[in-house]
Ligand binder design. Structure first.
Ligand code: MG
Length: 365
């Protein structure tokens, strides 16, 4: 094996010692750039509509190797180009001379300010990409997961008052073998009937806290089950633990907490309230904590969904590294935008299909 920059040049021939990186005294160099994602369609959920998403693109360089990261900041989560700039500018990563000390580096990033979860994820993802590239392996391999065990991904159909628009969007999504339908906007039955008029694939629904009465919610879930729905995401207000727990207890379909689930510490509170959780890197500060959340949820026998925001293929490829161990994936965020600048994970016949590229498994276009 050739000795690269930073490699120990000598190692024994008995196979017991491997070449490895050695810190050379140079610190990590972080750079960042604001970017605006253009959405192909106006995206409407129970609470709002939009046509763009602000993201911050990060690069973390060490010894000539660059890791890529991303913060996606939909407005309802409270982060913006301004907050991410303030957060990232406050970091001093040049003090870290060894990128393999990931725990130390990411503890520092997490503790410097509260909140800023997407901005923290932008550093976490870039660090994972850098370290995976230094090891020349993608993270699903480093973690020990089998690439072929990835699930199908859902593709999201947003709420629209026009049945024709819903039908057209559903037809456009004919390559997907499971769809996520946004409901909770007052026209639930029309949404499902429009989708069902053109496809028989399994559906999941995301209510985005839109239901207010638990008995009506339960009646709707029974009807949705008859329509071939497989799970119900965030049925009621995220702060209403009692009604969500009652619904989960009585529901014939699994319930999934999304808005209620942010950091790993939320998981303990949500055990018993929902059947499972939706883990998104932008909510939980990135791959280190996302990995913990998925592993802990599985230990608690909770269902796991790996989700995303509208993101480039950088963020989506990072999230996809965890896809081999989740029950469901909702990793369509890069497919909803028209100006992606990365390529990585691909959806092949509806299935999350990981690239062999090292790190988070993506390359810049
Ligand atoms: Mg959701």
């Amino acid at each position: 094996m050739a000795a690269g920059v930073g490699f120990l040049s000598s190692f024994t021939r008995d196979g017991k010692s491997l070449p490895r990186y050695q810190p050379t005294g140079k610190g990590l160099k972080l750079t960042f750039k604001p970017y605006e994602l253009q959405l192909k369609h106006t995206f409407t959920i129970a609470s709002n509509s939009r046509t763009t998403t602000a993201v911050m693109l990060t690069e973390l360089e060490w010894e000539g190797v660059t890791g890529y990261g991303e913060a996606s900041m939909p407005p309802y989560l409270g982060e913006s180009h301004q907050t991410a700039t303030k957060f990232l500018a406050a970091l001093n990563l040049s003090q870290f001379k060894d990128p393999f000390r990931m725990e130390e580096i990411l503890d520092y990033v997490d503790q410097i300010m509260p909140g800023n979860c997407a901005a923290k994820a932008a550093v976490d993802i870039a660090l994972h990409d850098l370290v995976g590239k230094l090891l020349n392996q993608p993270w699903h391999r480093i973690w020990g997961y089998s690439a072929e065990k990835t699930p199908l991904t859902t593709f999201t159909i947003g709420i629209d008052k026009s049945a024709e628009v819903v039908i057209a969007k559903t037809k456009e999504a004919s390559a997907f073998k499971i769809l996520k339908v946004k409901i909770g906007g007052g026209n639930d039955e029309e949404m499902i009937k429009s989708v069902r008029s053109v496809t028989n694939v399994p559906l999941c629904v995301d209510v985005n806290q839109g239901w207010k009465d638990r008995q009506q919610a339960l009646d709707k879930i029974h009807w949705l089950k008859e329509q071939g729905v497989v799970f119900v995401e965030q049925p009621m207000d995220k702060t209403n633990f009692d009604d969500n727990a009652w619904l989960t207890q009585h529901s014939p379909l699994p319930t999934i907490g999304d808005e209620a689930m942010q950091r790993v510490s939320d998981l303990v509170k949500l055990h018993g309230v929902y059947s499972g959780i939706n883990c998104k890197l932008m909510k939980c500060t990135g791959m280190r904590e996302g990995h913990r959340i998925i592993e802990m949820a599985r230990s608690l026998k909770m269902k796991t969904l790996m989700g995303c925001m509208t993101e480039t293929s950088c963020g989506i490829s990072a999230a996809s590294q965890l896809a081999p161990i989740v029950d469901w994936a909702d990793l369509d965020g890069n497919l909803l935008i028209s100006n992606d600048i990365f390529e990585g994970m691909k959806v092949v016949e509806g299935k999350v299909t990981l690239s062999d590229l090292p790190g988070i498994g993506c390359r810049k276009l």
